[in-house]
Write a protein that binds this ligand. Sequence first.
Ligand code: SF4
Length: 195
Amino acid sequence: MKQNNKNNFSTFLPQIKGQGVLLHICCSPCAVEAVDRMVSHDIVVQLYFYNPNITNPDEYQKRLKEVQKLADFYKLPLFEDVYNPKDFLCSVKGFENEPEKGKRCDLCFQMRLKRLKNYAQDHKIAYTTSVLGVSRWKDFNQTVRAATESFLSANGTSYLPINWRKEDSEPKRLALIKERDIYEQNYCGCPFSKS
Ligand code: SF4
């Protein structure tokens, strides 16, 4: 049977090698392998942290600190966008009780990816992507649908729907987390994802 490689990193590589890519990053354990792979393939990575869905400020700071460590390790620029959990809570109002991978997550992904698009447009960055679909608790196709919706009116920028889970990446990701002693949270981020 023919394999579908359309979301593989290696499929996008000829297009982005030597180019700048803005990476939306939700947390270090989801991002470490993707960042490592991009840097080792001469991609000029910028990290973008916009996650008001992490409504607990202590937890937010903990994840941001880990992302800063990642940026320092690879000597990459990191931009932290505004932190306003109220914006997140308003955007998912009425959908708090949805299950994970449901409508609440659609809205959450769209909120973050729309802002990624705006930042990329304002800074004239041609390519963006994210690691929102890396966790085994997430549905990669849901993140792609949210990105498609969020980038509908994009001007001068585009979203690369890279599936970072493909191409045997998981053992490397787990090894990097262990080697660097990266903090791994036990819930997605919003209060509704805590079991
Ligand atoms: S479970 Fe995660 S993706 Fe879904 S709404 Fe909560 S923080 Fe967002």
